[in-house]
Design a protein around this ligand. Structure first.
Ligand code: PHE
Length: 477
């Protein structure tokens, strides 16, 4: 047991269910609703989905358990917990670097995450006022933005992009919301948000999926997502994207799950809960795909629109569907809820570390880091307009042509998260005290053996290989 557990009683989940909801809330987010369909659409659909599921099963789910156990064992911030386990295992505290890379990566992710969540807020308001208009006009079953043409709807997003002030205002509002919740603490802020928002999220998602399967082109979406074109799977870019997505979507590599694990009670069975969280997150990604693509296909739009799929293609699709005004609004509310429960986990990692390391009050830590996140996030927000010409990473293969937004997204999810996941796997698989680790997993027999094999061999080899391939795709060519 930790000699000096740092996590105070108020910073503990009140139940196992609260832990599962909060961790699932962290995992389920824009990564599922926006990034997964985007990546699937751009990387050939089924092949990407198949690789993604493989990455989750063989790499991400085992790592999820590794992260939560580091946190629960250490009962400290992510860095504190990793260093603690290293010391207890008689290993170098330098293994704590896994959490340092992670902390930097996750703080960087939060910078652009708040920008995208800001777009979501913009759409909540615009689809909300559209819905009010439809209801006032006595037409509850109107399509979304019924008074506009499809061309006009597709302009909402570019119009927002060409208005830096508006974008920055939304970004600021979302950062402020995240700071507010995290400042209220683990139980009083993060848990309350998760317990209210996640069940509502699941209900809305279920409703939209049913709607979409009835009104949309469901068969084509199923075919697109589940009938892999295997020739596409062997493109290094696709493998890399699938692994990056698995890390991003399960909130892995950065330590979010270490942070949340630290607030879990001794009684929580981590092996079991990690399985539930991984299953729920993957399920939501696939259901989100099944909610979004039928609508996109039914109106003859293309799945490979990229990041604008959710904001340009989807609203245009809702336009011609009965009840589209209601469903469109519900969809963006759902996305906003998902984004909030994830952004708080991204912020919590650094807030926990700063309060532990500098004994700073939580509110102050949240405010200062929030300001930093907002400042750096401006680069991503403005890369769609004022800074559109800047290419910050000309020296990294594959990143030469990326603006700030894509550069920060790419470097964190495709490089930093897998790198820190790789260090975590090697640390837990080879250097951490086996007895301590095994006891924390709450697994036994064959399942424990299988998990140890995945963590010690499969994760390091696969992640290492995919990282190298991502950087030097010419190897396969
Ligand atoms: N998993 C979150 C999502 O899918 C994003 C996230 C990444 C959260 C990393 C925490 C850490 O939206």
């Amino acid at each position: 047991m930790a000699a000096n557990p740092v996590v105070p009683g108020s910073a503990r989940w009140s139940s196992r269910a609260a832990f599962v909801l909060a961790a699932t809330g962290s995992a389920v987010g824009l990564g599922n609703l926006w990034r997964f369909p985007t990546e699937a659409g751009m990387n050939g659909g089924g092949a990407f989905v198949a690789l993604y599921i493989l990455c989750v099963l063989l790499i991400a789910a085992p790592l999820l358990l590794a992260e939560t156990l580091i946190g629960r064992h250490g009962q400290r911030s992510t860095i504190g917990s990793a260093v603690h386990l290293a010391r207890e295992s008689g290993a170098s505290p330098l293994w704590g670097s896994l959490a340092v890379v992670g902390l930097i990566a996750n703080t960087l992710i939060l910078t652009f995450y708040c920008v995208v969540a800001g777009w979501v807020m913009h759409f909540v308001i615009s689809s909300g006022s559209d819905l009010i208009g439809a209801l006032a006009g006595g037409n509850a079953l109107a399509g979304a933005y019924a008074d506009s043409s499809v061309a006009e709807i597709r302009q909402i997003m570019p119009a927002l992009f060409s208005d830096p002030t508006m974008m920055v205002v939304w970004q600021a509002v979302f950062v402020a919301l995240t700071v507010f919740i995290v400042a209220r603490g683990v139980k009083g802020g993060i848990e309350v948000a998760a317990v209210w928002l996640m069940p509502t999220f699941f209900l809305l998602l279920l409703g939209i999926t049913i709607y979409s399967s009835i009104t949309g082109d469901f068969a084509r979406a199923v075919n697109f997502l589940f009938a892999p074109d295997w020739s596409a799977a062997f493109q290094p870019g696709v493998i890399n994207a699938a692994l990056g997505q698995a890390f991003f979507s399960l909130s892995l590599g950065g330590g979010a799950m270490i942070a949340y694990g630290a607030y879990a009670s001794r009684e929580t069975k981590l092996g079991e809960t990690s399985g539930i969280i991984a299953f729920a997150d993957t399920g939501v990604a696939i259901i989100a795909g099944l909610a979004i693509f039928p609508i996109v296909f039914s109106v003859g739009l293309e799945p490979n629109a990229g990041p604008t799929l959710m904001f340009q293609t989807l609203p245009a699709a809702f336009h011609s569907m009965p009840g589209g005004a209601i469903v469109g609004f519900a969809f963006f509310v759902l996305a906003l809820f998902a984004a909030i429960t994830s952004s708080v986990s991204l912020l919590e990692i650094s807030v926990a570390w700063v309060t532990e390391r500098f004994k700073a009050p939580r509110t102050l830590a949240a405010l200062v880091i929030g300001l930093f996140v907002f400042g750096v996030g401006l680069l991503s927000a403005l890369s769609f307009n004022l800074l559109a010409d800047q290419r910050p990473l000309p020296f990294i293969p594959g990143f030469e042509n990326f603006g700030w937004f894509d550069a920060i997204d790419g470097i964190t999810s495709k490089l930093m998260l897998p790198l820190s996941g790789l260090i975590t796997a090697i640390f837990i698989g080879w250097f951490a005290d086996k007895r301590l680790v095994n006891a924390e997993t709450d697994l036994s027999g064959g399942v424990l053996k299988a998990w140890r094999f995945l963590i010690a061999f499969v994760c390091p080899l696969a992640v290492g290989a995919i990282l190298v391939l991502g950087l030097f795709p010419q190897i396969l060519a």
